[in-house]
Design a protein around this ligand. Sequence first.
Ligand code: NDP
Length: 447
Amino acid sequence: MFQTEYAQRVFEAQEARTPWEKEFLQAVREVLLSIEPAVRENPAIEQHAILERMVEPDRQIRFRVAWVDDAGRIQVNRGYRFEFNNAIGPYKGGLRFHSTVNASILKFLGFEQVFKNSLTGLWMGGGKGGSDFDTHGKSDGEVMRFCQAFMSELYRHIGPNTDIPAGDIGVGGREVGYLFGQYRRLANEFTGVFTGKGLDFGGSLARTEATGYGLCYYTQEVLRVLKDDSFEGKTVSVSGSGNVSIFAAEKAIALGGKVVVMSDSSGYIHDPNGIDLDEVKDIKLRRRARISEYTTTHPSAQFVAGKKVWEVPCQIALPCATQNEITAEDARQLIANGVVIVAEGANMPTTPDAIEAFRAAQVVFCPGKASNAGGVAVSGLEMAQDSMRVAWTFEEVDTRLQTIMKKIVGDSLAAASRYGLGPDLFNGANIAGFERVAGAMIDQGVF
Ligand code: NDP
């Protein structure tokens, strides 16, 4: 329940305007409830209509993407870019290609991105885009033609100082290459308009690893500060087997954890001996195959079709696949099995009632907008390198990433403490991210 009339009014107005945008309303509700202590103590926020302005994207771009498949048929998909807020820097946020993509999902992601980017301390506003195009089962040629068609419209709305997209679900190195190539041809310029680029054309070392590694640096720092503990000897569950999952698993193992499960949309693998990550990389990154193939080379492991990893006992849970993948029932199972900390690698993977269950059971909960900010943080570092026309070493980028993730933990705890909330990483992250953007909006006048 809202405690301020102002936040409630803003939420209800949003709900009345677009009641069908479920994911977006879920994200708005979560953030507004969370920042109420700051709203209550700072009347300037209401005077400047900050909440009304923040829940409305600066610009919403929707377009048709027509492309030709291998059989010569014309296919039509929907393309989107939501430029949410650029008060603290150019719009920045990924592109998602997945059959489930719609305006509600991209608006929720763009809204969250504003606070996440603010938390990194870098000069980046928030945005998100994508398409209902699904890369599964498409040939390289089809993916290339789709990416070129998508960028043929998007290129006129983005730019290195305006809006800088990156990857997300369904948009990895291959897609970024095709998208960047088409932008370069159409705009006739070679600039840092995209992050997550190949290393030979303006990409940053450690960008591929950044979200997963950053998630583990964040989790490690939280364990150290709040529990005087670490990954050492802990059983770790990682959902998904994409970019975030693979590098979260890699760093969790390097820090002394034992990852026993990973998954994809068909089910999960359980290897009590510890997941062989090279095999997972081979299956998912090189062969683009199903995770179930793991059991052919690792007969002691089990593949469980159609189920989620959360039924396997663990102490550290890293949801890294997609939104709303931990429900209240999953949370109860994790709690019963002794989970100590849940750190979100994906965006909004935990439902509101599952978050409530974790908080009630004193399980440390790390919200994605803070714990998965490592990806966009290194994207910010990629933009800096592109502007300077220099390339930093892996160690240099990785060290900066560690510093940023530790600072996010510190800033979130400091914000929570300022409002008497105790060591509350969830509300602290929302407040810290919000206050920076709100301050910039007030300073810059009505827009
Ligand atoms: P990928 O496409 O590389 O991987 C996604 C993984 O999640 C795949 O294993 C996929 O399985 C699985 N998955 C996707 N949808 C579902 C579903 N509905 N049910 C079950 N499993 C599913 O994406 P990323 O790793 O890049 O992104 C994962 C999450 O992390 C997203 O929420 C994204 O927004 C977030 N994120 C990503 C960042 C990045 O830098 N990439 C940065 C910050 C957040 P399958 O192979 O079967 O499709």
